[in-house]
Design a protein around this ligand. Sequence first.
Ligand code: ZN
Length: 111
Amino acid sequence: MAVDADCHYQPKKRGIFKMSDCGSCGPSGGGPFSEGLELVEFVSNAHGGGVKNAPIPNGGLQTKCQGCGAPFKMITFVSKCPKCGGVHAVSPPRAEDPNAVQFAGVGYKQP
Ligand SMILES: [Zn+2]
């Protein structure tokens, strides 16, 4: 098996030249209440990738693409906009809150 120990694998998040602009935030690393790309990566990697393809309860979460503005429904915790392919994620504890949907950013591609 090529993939294991992913719980401890933190892709290039730490130690990159970022000491000065981080005076007020906590320790780095994603969590269910992270924002933007960090949340997307957190959900994508959660439980070895088992969460991102899990269906959102109640049939999905209606939201709007934060890249192109197209309305779409997130069916799984990590979903792509059908129009522009923008990657969005919502963490399981906040799966009923459209405002909690986070956008990975224009041009982001899932690994
Ligand atoms: Zn879009």
